[in-house]
Design a protein around this ligand. Structure first.
Ligand code: PBG
Length: 321
């Protein structure tokens, strides 16, 4: 008789036939940063995750590096007083985020540092693009994103992460980087970013929720799969070095679809809401935190993600190294 259970009879055999694994080298750890010193501020809906002051974040990165994490993505938090319609602060001389990029790369030249490119942290409208008469306009947004990208490249960023979902922005940013002499700066495009309910805790962390309306005219409809392939074709043609699906676990089919159709590495963003769901259930004693964390990351990797952006990165490294 054919018995699949023979391959499951001991841990030695199970690990011998195991098809996927989660590796620390595939992690990109998101860090929220603000201007200031000596403090870290907890985020209520994301237990274990903080907003780090520019000074404190260096210690956090040091700890993570010791644990074996090599890549980070930085999200800046700006006070309302520094926001305006044109996201002017995003490429201003006195933007702490740009200085922090330089400082981190100076202290940790070996880490891969990724940025966020979108207007929302700097915009008084709280949208990823420029708002004119209530409309999020596309083409007028592109030069702003390009200025932001070039400023980040100048600061020393390794990977630009456009999360804005404007049409044509990968090509536009690529051209701007090349023209400014940053042909070695990579672009990891948020290729299939869905208009998801899972971003709530992140917007709380950044205080970046849209002041009016929603993001449905630029982020993708959660009902659509084939449209993700259209976005993929565009991003590859425009020169994306890596592509991303976001969120991750509710979109495992999309990760697989994108993986099967692309010849560049595929990333998945295990977003704030996915993290919050596990933490909330675990805090109630309803689910086992460590097993959920492991299974969640494993499922993303099994779906085809080569790279995982996850708030679990440090905890996973601490517990499963
Ligand atoms: C916005 C941005 C968002 C996230 C990353 N970049 C939120 C949004 O689109 O409103 C969400 C990440 C998360 O939820 O962890 N540019």
């Amino acid at each position: 008789m054919i018995r699949p259970r023979r391959n499951r009879k001991s841990e030695a055999i199970r690990s011998m036939v195991r098809e996927t694994s989660v590796s620390l080298s595939s992690f990109i750890y998101p860090l929220f940063v603000f201007e200031g010193n000596g403090t870290k501020i907890p985020i209520a809906s994301m237990p274990g995750i903080y907003r780090w002051s520019a000074e404190e974040v260096l210690k956090e990165i040091e700890e993570c590096v010791q644990l074996g994490i090599q890549s980070f993505v930085l999200f800046p938090v700006f006070p309302d007083a520094q926001k305006d319609k044109l996201a002017t602060k995003s490429f201003a001389e006195d933007n702490f985020y740009l200085h922090l990029i330089t400082t981190i790369k100076k202290h940790f030249p070996q880490v891969a540092l990724m940025s966020d490119v979108a207007m929302d942290p700097y915009s008084s409208d709280g949208h990823d693009g420029l708002v004119i008469d209530g409309e999020i306009v596309n083409d007028e947004t592109l030069p702003i994103l390009a200025n932001m990208s070039v400023a980040q490249a100048q600061a020393g960023i390794d990977i630009i992460g456009p999360s804005d979902m404007m049409d044509g922005r990968v090509g536009f940013i690529r051209d701007a980087l090349d023209q400014a002499g940053y042909e070695n700066v990579s672009i990891l495009s948020y290729t299939a970013k869905y208009a998801s309910a899972c971003y709530g805790p992140f917007r709380e962390a950044l205080d970046s929720a849209p002041r009016s309306g929603d993001k449905k005219t630029y982020q993708m409809d959660p009902a659509n799969r084939i449209e993700a392939l259209r976005e993929l074709t565009l991003d590859l043609n425009e020169g994306a070095d890596m592509v991303m699906v976001k969120p991750a676990t509710l979109y495992l089919d999309i990760i697989r679809e994108i993986k099967d159709h692309s010849d560049v590495p595929v990333a998945a963003y295990n977003v704030s809401g996915e993290y919050a769901m596990v933490k909330a259930a675990a805090q109630n004693g309803w689910l086992d935190n460590d097993r959920m964390m492991h299974e969640m990351l494993l499922s993303i990797s099994r779906a085809g993600a080569d790279i995982i952006l996850t708030y679990f990165a440090k905890e996973y490294a601490q517990k499963f190294k």
